[in-house]
Design a protein around this ligand. Structure first.
Ligand SMILES: [Zn+2]
Length: 498
């Protein structure tokens, strides 16, 4: 999806932009995969050779295909492995089959009822001015956005820069459509909420990354309908506003039909590898996600399956602890009534985690390394490197130095790149509900393609899957050399700010 679609011919728009390289997000997989740098298996670590990145990557592709099937069945703009949908149900079946094929026992689905789920049924956002009407194809309603039940809004469009207080100074935005720009990497100006507080009737938040990706945002919680918009569409809106004569503002039309669908269900899937003792290790990964959801979290599920297959080949007597694998329902249906599986686990923590030596939550373990530096690269594009991004990580925190030491050493040994310093609490993830009472390892990555329609299987290097998953296995094996008492400790108090 590139570029806003001009309804009227665009003329006199200045020199043509430099040509773009074709987006690697849709490059033939084989070609791309040959370009990535593989970290060699360290000598003496042959026990991990069977954890194969190319093999695990096939699971990323299979999950993306579940998403695309849903997209192609009449959901062209709000699609993915979305909780409560037919894609969720298909993913449950897929997960069960994969757990069984891996050799897990007691594979079963634990169903959950959902509160009515939000679905945007259809929408249209256009800007008119300067003799042009442009349909903003990249416009995507923020999750949970309110609709426009009275029909299309037709509003004066106001440009409000980065949406800071200074950007709004001297501007009247009450009852108008406000356009703000927001850049990953810059502090969050809270621009969308600020526009809402000032009485905006509609809000567009432009994603400043090169290109025109659709970005599915978490709830903005605004009274006015809020959309994200890709960079190309956002610039087109801005330039139309700029070209208007005084007293003749550009007009933004916005129509959004949403509904809340009751009586939907989701599930989390369980599988077990019994060990030599009743002490436990948990491996979890959420199944849901938007669009192809390859980084978030097709890669996490693939890595979990890689671990299941690896440990299933080891005789039970040699597996010190019982391993439980959980494919979580997920959390992208944010807000009240979301993450029901995660909540159930936290509510049952005394029973589940009394003898747990380790819990690994696998989220976004492999993401292609990218840079965006439009001034210094030839074209307006996100540039891909031939390797994976370092992970933001947490490994038990300062109160479990042994676990942190094991994790850092394993990541380094197998070439799973990480941030120099750990995150004081788990990165935003499903581990947030557990880490205070479970020896937990968690990491994540949220780079340029996160939650966009360009988060294809190509954005998940097989090399990163391989490095990270081998490191997780090493961590498990090292943890298994130590007694439960090395990791178990009383529940930590809740911290403020999370
Ligand atoms: Zn995730």
């Amino acid at each position: 999806m590139v570029g806003g679609r001009p309804i009227a011919a665009q003329q006199n728009q200045g020199p043509a932009p430099p040509p773009r390289n074709p987006s690697p997000a849709n490059m033939p997989l084989q070609t791309l995969q040959e370009m990535f740098v593989q970290f060699p298996l360290p000598r003496g670590q042959e026990a991990y050779a069977d954890i194969d990145g190319r093999h695990m990557h096939q699971y990323v592709v299979e999950q993306a295909n579940i998403s695309r099937k849903y997209r192609d069945a009449g959901h062209p703009r709000f699609w993915g492995r979305i909780i409560g949908t037919s894609a969720d149900a298909e993913d449950v079946d897929w997960m069960i089959a994969k757990f069984k094929a891996a050799g897990l026992t007691n594979v079963h689905s634990q169903p959950f009822d959902l509160v009515p789920q939000w679905f945007p049924e259809s929408w249209e956002v256009t800007i008119t001015g300067n003799g042009l009407t442009i349909s903003l194809e990249s416009a995507q309603p923020d999750y949970g956005a309110v609709g426009t039940p009275g029909g299309a809004l037709d509003l004066e469009a106001v440009y409000a820069g980065l949406g800071s207080e200074a950007d709004f100074a001297g501007k009247s935005v009450h009852g108008k459509a406000v356009i703000v720009f927001s850049m990953l990497g810059a502090p969050d100006e809270n621009a969308v909420r600020r526009a809402d507080a000032k009485g905006a009737a509609a809000i567009l938040e432009v994603n400043m990354l090169p290109g025109n990706a659709r970005y599915q945002a978490y709830p903005s919680g605004t009274k006015a309908p809020a959309f994200t918009v890709g960079h190309d569409d956002g610039v087109a809106v801005r330039d139309i506003i700029a070209a208007m004569p005084a007293g003749q503002p550009a007009r933004l039309k916005m129509k959004l039909d949403v509904r809340r669908v009751p009586n939907l269900k989701t599930a989390q899937i369980w599988g077990t590898l019994p060990g030599a003792t009743d002490e436990t290790i948990y491996i979890m990964a959420h199944r849901d996600g938007w669009f192809d959801a390859s980084g978030d979290n097709g890669g996490g599920v693939a890595s979990m399956l890689g671990l299941a297959e690896h440990y299933a080949k080891i005789p039970q007597a040699q597996r010190k602890r019982t391993m439980t694998f959980i494919a979580l329902d997920g959390h992208h249906n944010s807000g009240e009534g979301s993450a029901v599986g995660n909540k159930w686990l936290a509510d049952n923590r005394q029973k589940l985690f009394a003898k747990t030596a380790l819990a690994i939550n696998i989220e976004h373990p492999s993401t292609v390394q990218t840079q965006s530096r439009p001034r210094y690269y030839n074209a307006n594009e996100i540039v891909w490197g031939n390797t994976y991004m370092p992970l933001q990580w947490y490994a038990g925190g300062t109160s479990r130095p042994e676990l942190e030491k094991i994790a850092v050493s394993a990541f380094k040994q197998f070439g799973a790149t990480i941030d120099l310093y750990p995150s004081p609490t788990p990165p935003a993830s499903d581990m947030g509900a557990f880490y205070r009472f479970v020896p937990g390892i968690d990491f994540s990555e949220y780079h340029h393609y996160f939650h966009t329609d360009l988060e294809t299987p190509q954005t998940v290097p097989w090399t990163g899957l391989e490095a990270a998953t081998r490191a997780f296995a090493k961590i498990i094996d090292e943890v298994n050399k130590l007694p439960l008492s090395a990791f178990q400790q009383p529940e930590e108090p809740a911290r403020t700010g999370r």
